[in-house]
Design a binder for this molecule. Structure first.
Ligand code: HSE
Length: 436
């Protein structure tokens, strides 16, 4: 059989990794797919890039539009990232009847509903395994491997750059900016690294996971997003004393009221496996009603780990190309006409346990005032520590761990604590998840 011809859009970190893996493992890949998979042409503005990758014979073009309109190409592999031009190229490729493989989580999270509808109309596949958690086959696991289950919740470390920064800061005392610069140099970070450190990249990925887990349309705009920039060394130390680690997690959970969909720093018990996932590694915990907890671990960013997912998608597409479109795995795991309108909850409606750090004047009656507010708000305190005041300081840190409570009630209690004469104006709040 003739090989399947692909056109790569982008030959940067992931594009370079994909071309390299396809070339190096060509024989094994053909044995798996049943046909060879070749790169017909790669679009890049750096026309020396082929030589740099040691792939001198790779045909390059600076014109990505030419690739998506080339009748010789069966599958377009979109690895340029971003929303606008990438969307235009993907929609044109679909319009031209080509299958698409993409690693672009931003594109899928924001425009996936429209892209999948168009792909369904044209009878083509859009595969996006590499969009979530780099090399971990988490889309395949949730969409196919766990299809017997009602998924109850997912919690994951799904941004490698953020996890790398937190790990290096905690273990080596390195500065935030220094580690971020290294993550950029290693090709882990997004073109705009605020996407990593402000949680936007993780929110893109979480909204995709949420949709394939619960069969709801993609709703990135409803994902609560908080990054890692406000985590202080002090809170890392206090968390450690209490037996917790702070990780930046994406959490999605099915509740009676709707779906929680949130990304934020989270304190988790040090004893959990996922608490020990460090560096650029990602891990995703998926809890299904039949299987119970399952954990997936691997490199969340980088050239060849991400290429691993891109090439696996290519093999899947090649195997399914000749199948009847109605017999293929649906893009969002559930049949398109079976997607549910279950609401994604606002943060006031989620439940969590909380760590609170209250800075207060060191005088009698302060604790009583704080615990009175908690009692009146019907919030149970699980643990409590008062730190020694620092030398010459007239305030102390009071640390509270609460039981699970509605976030709206917690916000109300925090506002009252902040309004006390004896407390500083900002209470630090970190959500706590037992993940059991
Ligand atoms: N910037 C992303 C990360 C790349 O660090 O996880 C992989 O999606």
């Amino acid at each position: 059989m003739n090989p399947v011809k692909t056109g790569l859009l982008g030959l940067g970190t992931v594009g370079g990794g994909t071309a390299t893996v396809l070339h190096r493992n060509a024989t094994e890949i053909a044995r798996r797919a049943g046909r060879g998979i070749t790169v017909e042409v790669a679009a890049t503005l750096d026309l020396e890039r082929g030589k740099e990758l040691g792939l001198d014979s790779l045909k390059l073009t600076a014109d990505a539009t030419e690739v998506v309109n080339d009748p010789a190409i069966d599958i377009v592999v979109e690895l340029i990232g971003g929303y606008d031009f990438a969307k235009e190229l993907v929609m044109t490729a679909i319009e031209n009847g080509k299958h698409v493989v993409t690693a672009n989580k931003a594109l899928i999270a924001l425009h996936g509903n429209e892209i999948f509808a168009k792909a369904q109309e044209k009878g083509v596949i859009v595969a996006f395994e590499a969009a979530v958690a780099g090399g971990i086959p988490i889309i395949k696991a949730v969409r196919e491997g766990l299809s017997a289950n009602q998924i109850e919740w997912i919690a994951g470390i799904i941004n490698g750059t953020g996890n790398f920064i937190l790990t290096e800061m905690r273990e080596k005392g390195r500065s935030f900016d220094d580690v971020l610069a290294e993550a950029q140099q290693l090709g882990y970070a997004e073109a705009d690294p605020t996407f990593d450190i402000e949680g936007i990249d993780a929110a893109h990925k979480l909204s995709i996971l949420s949709s394939v887990a619960f069969g709801i349309p993609l709703q990135f705009e409803k994902t609560y997003t908080e990054g890692i920039t406000k985590i202080t060394p002090q809170d890392v130390e206090y968390a450690d004393e209490l037996g917790y680690t702070i990780k930046h997690l994406g959490i999605t959970r099915r509740t009676e009221k709707g779906i929680e969909q949130r990304v934020h720093p989270t304190m988790i018990p040090k004893s959990r496996l996922i608490a020990n996932v460090n560096g650029v590694m990602n891990a995703v915990l998926v809890h299904g009603d039949a299987v119970g907890p399952t954990l997936y671990y691997g490199a969340g960013a980088g050239d060849e780990p991400t290429a691993s997912a891109v090439v696996a998608d290519l093999v899947d597409v090649v195997r399914a190309m000749t199948s009847d479109p109605s017999n293929r795995v649906p893009h969002l795991a559930f049949q398109p006409d079976q997607l549910a309108d279950t609401p994604v909850l606002g943060m006031d409606d989620i439940t969590s346990a909380y760590y609170l750090r209250v800075c207060a004047v060191d005088q009698p009656g302060v604790l009583a005032a704080i615990t009175k507010i908690m009692g009146e708000s019907r919030i149970s305190i699980e643990a409590f520590i008062q730190k020694e005041p620092a030398a010459n300081a007239d305030t102390v840190d009071i640390i509270l761990l609460t039981q699970r409570v509605n976030e709206g009630d917690m916000n109300h209690a925090i506002a009252q604590i902040e309004a006390l004469d004896v407390t500083c104006s900002n209470v630090t709040r970190i959500r706590v998840e037992a993940l059991n």
